[in-house]
Design a binder for this molecule. Structure first.
Ligand code: TXA
Ligand code: MG
Length: 301
């Protein structure tokens, strides 16, 4: 289908393509491309870097990126392709952008059931990061027209697959420890419990808000914010014009570029065991709000 060819071309070129899944429309980008993933956050206007769900064509593809285990194999066999997302540890040398993981050591991954999503994944051969294709705080889109309305000017293309059959998002299950539900969705607790035991729900019925695991963002090194230069033993993470920068988030002061580089550069500097990572000020506007949020978490002891 010509539309799929065109969409695949855009994705390979690092552009955004909205595509249908059986749950809701996703705002898709090449999950291995930092800049493309940063463009998702920018388009959604997300106040923080909530990690993104990565879509792949099959369990075999998932195994390329995450540490597989027996529970994952069982759930994948029963529910994939379908509306179940599994959170699993990133493999060593995982090709997926750290920005898609929002700096966590895990990836939320699923195999969607929608025929167009499947075709697109097979055609590109890429893992596709795709949050729901709505602006932050708005309702998830279940029609191509919703996406066109809200994000039409931000995407290279909206692939129209009609109305989404499910209409609510996938269930997210964390398999990094005792299995537990992070987000309720199409697949119910009862359906899951036919196959695996799940950690007890909290007495108040609340579930852990995913993406809010502060400590995971912290490097080993101290992080000093709003630095103008590196002090003794420190290493400088610059933004904009700078002398003696070890790494620069964006020499031209571009916030999207800085977002794309953030988690990767923090890790690289941390690996040098500096006395501290000194980070130059980032303006509090646009994606700068999210970048500062993550930097503040990284700096908190
Ligand atoms: O049905 C769906 O899941 C849709 C379609 C497009 O696949 N996608 C979707 O994505 O709902 P989004 O970005 O709107 O929601 C992703 C959720 C967020 O709550 C995020 O915190 C959580 O997944 N998440 C992503 N990666 C995670 C990770 N590594 N650990 C814990 N939670 C994660
Ligand atoms: Mg959403």
């Amino acid at each position: 289908m010509q539309q799929i060819e065109t969409a695949a071309g855009h994705l390979r070129a690092g552009k955004l393509v909205a595509f249908p899944t059986e749950t809701v429309y996703g705002l898709g980008a090449d999950a291995t491309n930092d800049a493309a993933v940063a463009a998702i956050y920018a388009a959604k206007g997300r106040p923080d870097f909530n990690p993104l769900i990565v879509h792949v064509a099959s369990s075999d593809d998932a195994k390329k990126y995450v540490e597989w285990n027996d529970t994952a194999a069982l759930l994948a066999e029963k529910f994939w392709p379908g509306p179940l997302t599994l959170v699993l540890p990133r493999k060593k040398d995982c090709a997926i952008s750290l920005l898609a993981s929002a700096g966590l050591d895990t990836v939320a991954i699923r195999v969607p059931a929608h025929a167009l999503a499947q075709e697109l994944l097979v055609k590109t051969g890429l893992p596709l990061a795709a949050p729901s294709a709505n602006r932050s705080g708005k309702i998830s889109p279940t029609l191509a027209a919703h996406v066109q309305e809200e994000l039409g000017d931000k995407v290279a293309m909206v692939l129209d697959g009609g109305a989404c059959a499910v209409g609510i998002e996938s269930t997210i299950v964390d398999l990094t420890g005792s299995p537990r539900i992070l987000r309720h969705g199409k697949i119910t607790r009862e359906e899951l419990e036919k196959f695996i035991p799940l950690a007890e729900q909290r007495a108040d019925g609340k579930i852990l808000a995913p993406g809010m695991l502060d400590s995971h963002y912290a490097p080993n090194a101290k992080v000093r914010l709003n630095a103008q230069e590196a002090g003794e033993g420190e290493t400088l993470l610059a933004f904009g014009a700078a002398e003696n920068a070890t790494l620069n988030l964006s020499e031209s002061g571009n916030l999207e570029e800085a977002a794309a580089n953030l988690f990767r550069m923090l890790r690289a500097l941390d690996a040098q065991n500096p006395a501290a990572i000194a980070v130059m000020p980032i303006p509090m506007q646009g994606l700068g709000v999210a970048i500062n949020d993550r930097l503040a978490r990284a700096a908190a002891l």
